[in-house]
Design a protein around this ligand. Sequence first.
Ligand code: ADP
Ligand code: ZN
Ligand code: ZN
Length: 724
Amino acid sequence: MKYANIIINISHEAVDRPFTYIIPEAMEQNICPGTKVMVPFGAGNKETMGYVMDILDYPRVPIARLKEISSVVLTQDASEGKLIELAAFIKEQYGSTMISALKTVLPIKKTYRTKKEAIAGRESVNDKSGSVAEEGADKNSGGVAAKLDSAVTNNIEESMAGSCAMGQSVSKEKVSADIPNSVGTSRIILNEQQQSIIEDFTKDYDSGVRKTYLIHGVTGSGKTEVYIEMIKRVVAMGRQAIVLIPEIGLTYQTELRFKRYFGDRVSVMNSTLAPGERYNHCERAKRGEIDVIIGPRSALFTPFLNIGLIVIDEEHENTYKNENMPRYHAKEVAEKLAQIHGASLVLGSATPSVESYFNAKAGVYKLYNLSKRAIGEQLAHTHIVDLRKELKDGNRSIFSRKLFELMEDRLQKGEQIMLFLNRRGYAGFVSCRACGEVIKCPHCDVSLAEHKSMGKMVCHYCGYEIPIPKNCPSCGSKYISSFKAGTEQIEAEVQKLFPGVKTLRMDADTTKRKGSFEKILSAFGKNEANVLIGTQMIVKGHDFPNVTLVGIIAADLSLGSGDFRASERTFQLLTQAAGRAGRANKSGEVVIQTYQPEQYGIVYAAKQDYEAFYEEEMVFRDISGYPPSREIMAVLVTDKNSDTAFLLSERLAMVAMKTSESANVIGPAKAGIGKINDTYRYVFYCKSSKKKVLIEIKDNMESYLENNKTGANVIFDFNPMSPY
Ligand code: ADP
Ligand code: ZN
Ligand code: ZN
């Protein structure tokens, strides 16, 4: 006899746990995770709809008390079942409640309700018949999504809106004006390298092989053209494709290119659009009106019936990791989704994540290379400047002599410059030169950052802000000042050194408003400014043919963050930034300013030597036991009471140690930022060569928490992308 854990589809957070039912033998063949079923529920045995989460050989509760599943519901909407199966995977892999996993994958929310009401309203007007109106409303309320809807508080709706409610309307209007009529035609003839990738992929696909591919292709090598060609083939077979792009990576040009091939059969999700619009995408997908969706990680949850291909562009990007619970990585979820649908997964990057490259080398992924730029330009020439030497030679400016000299040259020629700083705001922190006091946030363990244009000091963690003080709050001295350059200071410096030069600045402050990001880029693209200054936002895949100089103000800022991915991140940022220079016929130059000119991430980025970087980085990962050498899970325990948090973290660490002798438990200790918003943070790490072991540890901690409620919050984070 087999048993099924079933989540009951009623609108109560309280039933956020599966109930176990007996699977009648006759149904065994028809039941798997995701299957919709009817079960007798509660004291009255009311027939209730539910979803199978997993199948068990042994139930955890006495068999005598179990009821049987009544029937299997044959659903019209197969996509829903597949998404439920995906939710079950997310719950199991990342440790979250089933409800929160369901909320992650299912399209819900406000628009749903409004739309339902609108339909009901309209029909009752037309038909003057209450019963028809009811029916209309009912039809639309089928499925977990609708039921969940009422269980969700406004609060959650808002956070959902931030993470996954997006739409296409704005960009669609903008694009439809410019799309050429010749949908489906192409002027591009793939080059030899691109062609051989397509041939090999097609051969695999046609013979039923489904796997994960990694395209390692330098910036501008034509990866996007390869994706489009692959998608065309899959779509021709009547299947659908999902293309993931980093949150802010989608350019207007890329959008146009997809529209050119797929016309209005492609839908673009934009992360800056109003809440609720995800619903419309989902409806169009369900009705079979679109073949391709392009969007950030939540585009994975588009309810397609038959996905044939998933593409993740710039697969190394951080934004593919969800930083809220459940902390899933889009790559892993995409792999599972591809498996559910019988699809293939294609990852692409100029600087693949060390983890993906490791998999490719081990033969888990198939590796494709695009080693040349498609239009045959040269890579930029790179200079590394030692900032220590600049200071020794008496140069106190934030620009080295080399960078200054090249800036002067470009401005004379009327060419454009990009200056890149891995940090936002005017300055890091403000301190007193008399007593050394650093101005800190009273609620968090961090210094406040100065934002000169707003005249404020702001906490980047909790939003606390105060006017910039004129005197030191501790000793009263007026000699308090900020250290380290921010984007605002660089802008001021450029204007001081090169009077009359037009600058644009792009960072978290200047892009807060909807549409401002695109506005700045398009102004720069139209040559309305000579210099674009920005944080990492400016290095992502934007093409400016007139940019012939890229200056990286302080390359080491991304090092030394206590993060095991620091070198990798530095290498990626610098390589991508360098790729911005000289993309048209003009050759480009890159100046990397740094205090650590011999750091391998910097050295190999300057040489654009991925392979050498990978080899050296793997030595470090092997020795120190970080992914991909070993799997790692961070456990973060937070509470308003420091002792409560610490004690619980100690207990959980004990649970971890007891679960497996092979796993390494490090900590607990106070987190890097020990307090945020008056909430104390303790963290420990578990390492193992087997993911399975870590998941078992997580499961045991979850049951421990269920039996020992303390009120403290616990977060599991597998292979974390940022330090705690
Ligand atoms: P990536 O995605 O690797 O950065 P793209 O696909 O955007 O590269 O290609 C870079 C540029 O080269 C684009 O303008 C694209 O249209 C062009 N391109 C790509 N492949 C070819 C080709 N086979 N022939 C001509 N132009 C190409
Ligand atoms: Zn002071
Ligand atoms: Zn704060």
